[in-house]
Structures are given as C-alpha cells and as structure tokens.
Design a protein around this ligand. Structure first.
Ligand code: AGP
Length: 610
C-alpha cells in the first residue's frame, strides 16, 4: 500500500515528510519522493528503491521550505523507476500530486491530453491527474482538484500542491484513506495516522468524496458540492493502537509479532469473556439481541490470511453456534450477485481495514441492505468505520507484511463470536463455561508452543533448499494448511500449496518425491487416524514428512521424518496453536534464504488497489 505524508507549517517540511514516510515503510513500496516549496518554486526529489535512497538524494540536494507533500509508491501502472515515483508535476510545472489508488479511466484521459499536446514524463496513471488539475487551475487549487476529479473513475487518496499557492495543500479521498493532522507546528495530511505520531495531536478522518484544504494555521473540509462541513476531531492516541512499533531485540518485526501472540490473544479477549453468563460480550456490534437472534446465516468475506481465518470461523460457527456460514474471497464476492436472504449478516475480516476488495465487498453488501460487521485490527480504518458494527482485535500494530498475530487474534475473536451466537441459541451455560476456560488458557498454551522454536530452526535448515512444499490438514486444520503454505510462499518465495489431507489422492500426490516435503498438521483429534493414513501414503512414495503433532506422540514419530511438538488443546483451538510453528518454519526458512522477511518482494502490507 502506498503512503502519503504532507505538512504545511512553521518548520522545515522535508525532515517531517521523511520521518512520516519511515513510519509507513512497513507496508511495502518500491520508490519514494517528496516536493517542497519556497515562494514560487517547487523542489522535487524522488528515487526508486528504499527510503534510504531518497534520504541520500535529499541530503545531497536539500529540499527547502515549510510546505511539502511526499509519497511511498507500490507500483501499479509503470515500473518502479525514478520517473514513475511520486510526486508528479504537471506539464507547466505548477501542480504537484501524490496519489494512492488507481485511475481506472486513465488511458482515455491520457489519450485526450496527448491529443491536446500534453507531454507525459512517466508511465503512471497518476500523471493524468496533474495535467487535468493544471487545466482547471486558475488560482483556486481546491476547485481545480474538484473539477479534475469529476472526470476520474477509480480510487484515490490525493495530496496536491500548487507553485503559486505557497503553504496550501489540497487533499481528496475516494476509496483510499486520508487523515488530517493538527499539531503545534502546523497541519498534516497522511494516508495513516501512524505517520503523524509525535507530530499531530488531533486527527480528522476524511470520508469518501470529501476534499480538504490546509495551510499552516487552518483547514477546511468540503463535501462533493464544495460546501464546507464539520467533521469530528479525535485525539490521535485513539488511532495509534496499543503495542509499540519498535522491533526491540528482535531481528525482524515478523518474529517479534510471532512472539507477541500470547499478549495479542490476551488483549483480544480482555473484557470480553463473561464467566457469570458463560458467554462473550462485544461493545461494538451495534446490533440488538433481537437483531442478532434473527441472524440465520453468515457470509464471511476477506482476502489472504484473513480469508484463512474466515475458513476457520466457518468451522467454529457451524460447531459452536450451529449457524450456516459461507466464506467468500472478497475479490470474487464483490462482483458476484448471489441471492442473499435478509437475515444474512456479512462479516468482513481484515487486519488493516483498508483492503480494497474487502472494503468493496462490504460496501456492496451495505448497498444491498445487508447488516455488515467487521473484525479489524486498525482502529478508525475505512472498513471499521463503514461496517454497521464490529470487533477490534487490539493485537497492536502488525508491521511485518506477513500476517501472524492478526491471524491468531482473528481466529480467537471468531471463537468468541461463535460462543456469543451459540449462547443465544442452543449452547448450555456448562458448555459456554468450558469454552471460556479453554480460551483463557490460550495465551499460556501459545507461550508453551513457542518453545518449539529451536526444533523448528533445525528443521528449517534441512528443507531451506526445497522448491515445492505441501501443507496438509483436515477439518479445523485444513485452513491452517492453507495459511502455512501462504506464509512460506510470501516470505521465502518457495512454492507451497495447502490441501485438505484427503485431497492428496485426487491428484496432488503425483507431486510427491524425495525433494518435496509435506507438512502434516496431525495433533490428536477425531480424524487423527485418517491423517495418519494420508501420511503413510506420502511415506510410501518417499516424500519427506514434517509433522506438527501432539507433544510425545510416538505414533507420529514412527512415521514422520521430523516432528514439531505442540501442547494439547481442544480441536477447535488447534488452528491457533498449530499456526505458530508454521509461522516460525516459514520465518526461519526465509531467513536462511536471505529474504527480506518484513518487506517481501512485490508485497504490500495493505492492498488498497484491486
Ligand atoms: C498475509 O500474510 C498477507 N500479508 C495478505 O494475504 C493479507 O492477509 C491480505 O492482504 C489481507 O489483508 P487484510 O487482513 O489487511 O485485509
């Protein structure tokens, strides 16, 4: 996901912009740039690669001025090059733009601008915005931005400056977050409040189709009709999340976040388990007991790791709440038109709260009149604000691009929701009490699971050269097989696939050979014997086996080449326990492969484009 930081005030802008971008680095990007202004002159500095490259450029060629905008870009249209980095300037060098999102009709607009003789300097869709704004600019930047955006189809979070309006920044938002920061030194504009920590004291979130204009001493927000509107002001502390952003003694954020899982789970459950009524409570569902009782079907929609959490949620809701669940990839769901009856609730699951496909699926569900809920980690994010109600994970900032603590916190939250819905229907207080007891033991169980780390390191060294890995599990652990494969793929770039263990016989077993290890999720449970049979089938074909198994399980040890022990927990909580060794295995293999674990190639922490 791209990052935007702007500042106008009484301090040099460049250092503020660079520090703000540094706080958004974890999202993943491939180029960075900034533009500042002094008097009637714009100072543009931009560079492909990491932020350090931009810092070197600015050190060598300072960008003076107390007014500027900046950007980290994750390439959509056009490669990761200096010329494609933002900011972009209009042909007359009067307008500078940074942009998050995608201009879907940019080709048509570019064609018209080329026909008018405009010279393009980049391959990006964003550049058309600069030239359009310049076309409508006659001294009023906000009006020119509004006029240009009227021609645009697509999504944007924008920050715009004009050479002839020193000190003014205009912002606009449609589908990509934008927040105004209010601080003692001036005003800020950013794509995420995290960039403004320590600078701004208050924040104001823009909603879609709103524009804003800032200068060092004031700001105004306007609706699509350009009428000034009042928007609530919040303390920035509300949106910085609990948990710190420092890596501490860990070599990578991802490892820190793996080890934070006991605490993240405790935070997710804090104040929500009710032993007296043997149920769970949530402050933000915003639905009456009557409305919740009427729900007779749930559609869970998400992307990536959050989709895998949703798949676990399907098993949890079916078993504990006896509610039928359908899990949909958000990118598919948003364009399908499934018949949905009116007592269906759509539950969006997302760490960032800004994933474009998940946001679009939520909006489509709302447009059709369905009740929408969200499970989200980032307070104040778009999905959190647009859902009718929801549950925050309170897992703290997740900086590593590969999601870890958010996944286990999502599954834990889904278990609590299943308890809540179940206790409204058929679950007895005795059963509810037992579930609460199991959940309360989770942080300690995960802490005990982390003791497998040394074993995982040894196993990682054996298989770091693998080119293909299979992940296999059944029932609650089938989604964890998918998640384990995704973890390995996204940070070590080794191809991996997750399957229901029984599916091997229907084709994938043809892949098995001595160079293709299979990771089996095989703790004791009601399908243990079936999974053991699947392991034997792989063994018989010479495939190496890594087993995630109940500690001390001699039957598994007799078949598997390597065993990673986990403590015994009830089956419905095994997804949380077994995910931990898979996270560590992917991490240790990626480190051995020399990969950038926290910022894997081609990936962004939050995918805010389609
Ligand atoms: C998971 O490790 C990935 N980083 C990615 O699949 C992620 O889960 C997906 O993009 C969804 O993000 P969200 O949870 O913020 O919506």
């Amino acid at each position: 996901m791209c990052g935007i930081v702007g500042f106008t005030g009484r301090r040099e802008a460049a250092p503020i912009l660079l520090e703000g971008l540094a706080r958004l680095e974890y999202r993943g990007y491939d180029s960075a740039g900034l533009v500042t202004s002094t008097g009637r002159q714009l100072h543009l500095r931009k560079k492909a690669g990491r932020l350090a490259e931009l810092r070197k450029l600015v050190a060598a060629h300072p960008a003076p001025g107390c007014h500027g905008i900046s950007h980290t870009r994750w390439a959509t249209h056009g490669g990761a090059t200096d010329r494609n980095a933002h900011p972009h300037l209009s042909h007359d060098l009067r307008i500078a733009v940074v942009h998050n999102g995608v201009i879907e009709n940019y080709a048509t607009l570019k064609h018209q601008l080329l026909a008018d003789g405009v010279i393009f300097r980049s391959d990006t869709d964003t550049e058309v915005l600069c030239h359009l704004i310049a076309r409508y600019y006659h001294g009023d930047l906000l009006s020119a931005v509004g006029a240009a955006l009227a021609l645009v189809k697509g999504t944007y979070g924008l920050a715009v400056m004009a050479r002839d309006e020193p000190g003014v920044i205009v912002g606009a938002r449609l589908g990509s977050p934008l927040v105004i920061g209010i601080g003692p030194d001036g005003h800020y504009l950013a794509s995420d409040a995290a960039a403004l920590a320590g600078f701004a004291e208050k924040v104001v979130y823009l909603d879609d189709r709103q524009l804003c204009q800032l200068d060092e001493s004031s700001y105004v927000i306007r609706n699509p009709d350009c009428d000034a509107i009042d928007v609530p002001v919040h303390d920035i502390a509300l949106f910085l999340g609990d948990g710190d952003r420092d890596r501490g003694e860990f070599p990578h954020y991802m490892l820190k976040e793996i080890y934070e899982q006991p605490e993240a789970l405790a935070n997710a459950m804090r104040g929500r388990l009710d032993s007296a009524d043997c149920t769970a409570h949530f402050g933000g569902l915003n639905l009456t007991a009557q409305q919740l009782r009427q729900i007779d079907r749930v559609i869970m929609t998400a992307c990536g790791t959050s989709y895998h959490a949703a798949l676990v949620g399907e098993y949890l809701f079916e078993e504990l709440a006896r509610l039928p669940v359908e899990v949909e990839y958000a990118s598919e769901f948003r364009y399908r038109n499934p018949p949905i009856d009116r007592n269906t609730v759509v539950l969006a699951i997302t760490q960032s709260g800004e994933t474009a496909d998940t946001l679009a699926a939520l909006r489509e569900s709302k447009r059709m009149g369905h009740t929408t809920l969200a499970i989200c980690n980032v307070v104040g994010s778009s999905i959190a604000r647009e859902a009718d109600g929801g549950v925050y994970l309170h897992a703290g900032p997740e900086i590593g691009v590969a999601s870890t603590k958010a996944f286990t916190a999502q599954v834990c939250t889904l278990a609590m929701l299943a308890l809540y819905f179940g206790r409204m229907r058929h679950l007895s207080s005795l059963h509810g009490q037992r579930i609460i007891h199991d959940l309360q033991a989770l942080p300690d169980m995960v802490r005990r699971t982390l003791a497998c780390h040394e074993t995982v390191k040894e196993i990682a060294a054996k298989y770091a050269e693998a080119k293909n890995v299979l992940y296999l599990g059944r029932q609650y652990l089938y989604p964890v097989a998918l998640e384990g494969a995704l973890k390995l793929k996204e940070i070590s770039y080794i191809h991996a696939e997750g399957y229901p263990a029984a599916e091997m016989k229907h084709g994938p077993i043809a892949l098995v050979d001595a160079q293709t290890p299979s990771v089996f999720l095989v703790p004791r449970g009601h399908v243990f014997d079936k999974v053991m049979s699947n392991m034997q089938e792989i063994k018989a074909r010479g495939g190496p086996i890594i087993a995630i198994a109940s500690a001390g399980d001699a039957d598994v040890a007799a078949v598997a080449d390597d065993v990673i022990p986990v403590p015994d927990v009830p089956e419905y909580l095994q997804p949380i326990i077994t995910a931990v060794p898979l996270q560590l295995l992917a991490y240790e293999i990626a480190v051995l492969c020399g990969c950038d674990v926290d910022k894997p190639r081609n990936l962004a922490k939050s995918v805010t484009v389609e």
